[in-house]
Design a binder for this molecule. Structure first.
Ligand SMILES: [Zn+2]
Length: 437
C-alpha cells in the first residue's frame, strides 16, 4: 500500500500498473469527514473519482492489491492413491503426499484429498472434478468455510466449483480419541497445558506437522521440531504422532489463510483412530478483531467443526501474555522448550530478533521470568519499542496495535513499560479507524 497526496502521482502509478486492479481510499475534509474505497476495475476510468464541489482532499491512499477475479484459470481432475505407506494426491499438475507411521491402511474416504484440493483451488483459481468419495460432513464443513471466507476476505479468494462423484454418509463417532495439533509454540504449549487440566477434553494425542516449516525433509530443524513437540507431549500427557506433508504443498496454497485448514485436514488423515481434533487459538476472541483476516480465527475454526468430526479451538479466552504468565506460574520447566520463532536457527535456537521472538521476550518480561537461553540474539527491548515502525499496511498496523496494547497492560511499571506506551502511540498515529469515521 502506498500513501500519496496528489492525483497526478496516482495517475502515474496507475499507468505503471496497468494489469492490476487498484483501489483508492481517500479522505476529504468537509463538514463531515468520510472515507471511500473506489475500485477502478482492471481498466476502469479515473473519472468516477472526481470530488464533489467544495470537497478538499485530505489524504489519498492507493491500495496496490491484486484482487481475484471470478474467472477460473484451469480445470483439473483430482485423484488420490495410497501407495508405499503414503497417500499421494494429484490435482492437475500439482502433486503432494501425506504420510504418518501411524497410518498403514488406505483411508476409508477421500476427505483428506478433497480438502487439500479445495484449499489449492481457492488459492490458484482452479475448478476441479473427481470420482473420489467425500463424506457429507466434510462437504458441509467446506461449504461453511467458503461462506466464512466470503465475509472475511471478499475478492481475495477464488471460490471454486467442484464436482464430486460420490458423497457418503459418515459412520459417526466410533471412539472417543482426539488429537491436539502441537507446534512447540507458546499457543500450542498453553493449549496442551489447558488440556492436561481438563480431563474431559478427550484430546489424548498430540499431532505435529512436519514439512511445512522447512524446505527439505532432511533439514535438521525438523528433528528439533520433533524433539520439542515430543517433550511437550510427554510433559502434558499426550501421545505424540507426526504427520508429514510434502514441503511443496504449503508453497502453492495461501498459507496465511489456510494453515489451520491444512492442520484440520491432517488430523482427519488419522481417522478412524481419532474422531475429533483441536487446534490452539493464536489470538483471544477480542484480539481477533484487530488481527483478522488470519486463518487461525474462530470464524474459520467453527466453520470446520462438524458433529461427525468435532474440531475445537483451545485458548480463545486468553491473551498471549496471560498464556505466558500461566505457564511461568504452573509449568516453568516447559519454558526453555518453547519455539517462539517462525524459523529456528540451524542450531535449533529462536532467532530472537523477529516480531514473534520480541513478543515472546516481552511476555517473559511481563511474567517476571528470567530470560531463558533459547534466543540466538537478545536485542535491547527498550530501543526496539522506541524505534519507529513505519508499517504501511493497515493490517500490520492493526495487529501490531493489538500487541502494543497487550504489552502496555501486562508489563510492570518502569522504563520498559514506558517504551511500550511510546510503541503504542507511534502505531496509533498511523492507524486509520475501521468503519465510518
Ligand atoms: Zn524469531
Amino acid at each position: 500500500m502506498f500513501v500519496h497526496s496528489s492525483w497526478k502521482q496516482l495517475v502515474r502509478i496507475r499507468k505503471k500498473m496497468r494489469e492490476n486492479t487498484i483501489a483508492v481510499r481517500y479522505f476529504t475534509l468537509t463538514k463531515i469527514s468520510f472515507s471511500r474505497v473506489v475500485d477502478f476495475g482492471p481498466v476502469g476510468p479515473f473519472a468516477r473519482t472526481k470530488l464533489k464541489r467544495g470537497q478538499r482532499m485530505h489524504e489519498l491512499v492507493v491500495i496496490n492489491e491484486r484482487f481475484r477475479t471470478n474467472k477460473r484459470k484451469s480445470n483439473a481432475k483430482l485423484t488420490a492413491e495410497f501407495r508405499d505407506g503414503a497417500y499421494n494426491i494429484s490435482l492437475g499438475d500439482h502433486h503432494w503426499a501425506i504420510r504418518s507411521d501411524w497410518v498403514s491402511e488406505p483411508p476409508e474416504n477421500d476427505d483428506v484429498a478433497f480438502i487439500g484440493a479445495v484449499v489449492l483451488a481457492m488459492s490458484n483459481d482452479i475448478e476441479f472434478h473427481t470420482d473420489l468419495r467425500v463424506t457429507e460432513g466434510c462437504l458441509r464443513s467446506i461449504e461453511r468455510l467458503r461462506y466464512a471466507l466470503r465475509i472475511l476476505w471478499p475478492r481475495k479468494i477464488y471460490f471454486p466449483d467442484f464436482h464430486i462423484g460420490t458423497s457418503i454418509n459418515n459412520p459417526g463417532t466410533v471412539n472417543r480419541n482426539g488429537v491436539l495439533c502441537v507446534s512447540g509454540g507458546l499457543d500450542s504449549t498453553f493449549a496442551a497445558f489447558l488440556n492436561s487440566k481438563n480431563k474431559n477434553s478427550g484430546q489424548n494425542y498430540g499431532m505435529v506437522m512436519i514439512g511445512a516449516d522447512y524446505d527439505h525433509d532432511d533439514d535438521p530443524r525438523n528433528d528439533v521440531l520433533r524433539q520439542r513437540t515430543q517433550k511437550l507431549c510427554d510433559r502434558f500427557e499426550l501421545e505424540m504422532k507426526a504427520v508429514e506433508i510434502s514441503p511443496s504443498f504449503p508453497k502453492i496454497v495461501h498459507w496465511r489463510m489456510f494453515h489451520p485448514t491444512v492442520l484440520w485436514m491432517l488430523t482427519k488423515y488419522l481417522e478412524p483412530k481419532i474422531t475429533k481434533s483441536a487446534i490452539a487459538a493464536d489470538y483471544s476472541s477480542l484480539s481477533e478483531f484487530g488481527t483478522v483476516p488470519w486463518g487461525n480465527c474462530s470464524a474459520i475454526i467453527n466453520s470446520l467443526d462438524d458433529p461427525t468430526f468435532p474440531f475445537s479451538h483451545v485458548g480463545l479466552e486468553h491473551q498471549r501474555f496471560e498464556k505466558m504468565a500461566a505457564l511461568v506460574d504452573e509449568a516453568p520447566d516447559i519454558i526453555p522448550n518453547i519455539i517462539a520463532c517462525g524459523k529456528l536457527t540451524r542450531e535449533g535456537k529462536n532467532c530472537g530478533k523477529c516480531g514473534k521472538c520480541i513478543r515472546t521476550q516481552l511476555n517473559l518480561e511481563a511474567a517476571g521470568h528470567p530470560m531463558p537461553e533459547i534466543f540466538d540474539a537478545q536485542p535491547d527491548l527498550i530501543k526496539w519499542l522506541r524505534a519507529r515502525h513505519p508499517y504501511r499496511s493497515q493490517f500490520k498496523l492493526r495487529s501490531s496495535h493489538v500487541w502494543a496494547l497487550e504489552h502496555e497492560v501486562s508489563l510492570p511499571e518502569g522504563p520498559l513499560r514506558d517504551a511500550a506506551v511510546v510503541y503504542r502511540k507511534n502505531i496509533e498515529a498511523s492507524l486509520i479507524p475501521r468503519g465510518r469515521i
